[in-house]
Design a protein around this ligand. Structure first.
Ligand code: SAM
Length: 201
């Protein structure tokens, strides 16, 4: 209940977030959606961590989550997006079994989102207004993915661990971009990188 207030979401949304957590627990032994060690703290480590990504998005349009894996943040975004529908959500994932899980979650939780079972670098541009990717690649590589899939005026939201500053320095060798780093509420060493105006050096 305290988390419900902290999250400021409807009871229905809260219950869907909980139901999604249960689905992850059920499927995890078979397809390893999240590390076993993080299952005990699934709510904070994965669900709230994804909620904060959603909360940083502005505007509306197409939201693309790259390398969605077990649905973080893509499925959480789809759940939160239901309250006031701003985005058409697409999840891109190359692993067929994870795509089966993502489609099951979408069906069982009655969400609106589509899943593309393809490699990020092989499909045509998805023209995202908002692009997210969590635990997928270093920032230099993510910016290459953004060049392909993000609209020129779009925003990328990349949650990053403690290496975010080093990754930023490396990425500056190849890319110019506008950066706002927002401290993570779930990990004091982590940040969510909010990136715009990406161009090659
Ligand atoms: C470490 S997992 C992270 C999953 C999820 N975003 C999370 O934070 O829990 C990375 C995921 O990206 C997928 N992936 C890696 N490279 C990819 C590519 N080139 N195209 C599509 N998916 C890819 C993997 O199959 C895997 O599910």
């Amino acid at each position: 209940m305290s988390e419900l207030r902290k999250l400021d979401v409807s009871r229905e949304t809260f219950e869907k977030l909980e139901a999604f957590g249960e689905l992850v627990r059920k499927w995890n032994p078979r397809i390893n959606l999240v590390s076993k060690s993080s299952l005990d703290d699934l709510w904070t480590r994965h669900i709230l961590d994804s909620v904060q990504v959603f909360n940083l998005a502005e505007g509306s349009g197409v939201w693309v989550d790259l390398g969605s894996g077990g649905g973080f943040p893509g499925i959480v975004v789809s759940i939160l997006n239901q309250e006031e529908r701003h985005f058409d959500v697409t999840l891109v994932e190359s692993d067929q079994r994870k795509c089966a899980f993502l489609r099951t979650a979408i069906r069982e939780l009655a969400l609106e989102a589509s899943v593309k079972n393809e490699r990020i670098e092989e499909g045509k541009s998805l023209n995202a207004d908002v692009l997210s990717a969590r635990a997928l690649a270093d920032l230099t590589k993510l910016l290459g993915f953004a060049e392909l899939h993000l609209k020129p005026e779009g925003t990328a939201l990349f949650p990053k661990g403690q290496s975010w500053q080093r990754e930023g320095e490396e990425a500056r060798l190849s890319w110019m971009y506008g950066l706002e780093s927002v401290p993570s509420q779930t990990n004091p060493e982590a940040a969510i990188l909010k990136i715009k105006d990406i161009a090659r050096v």
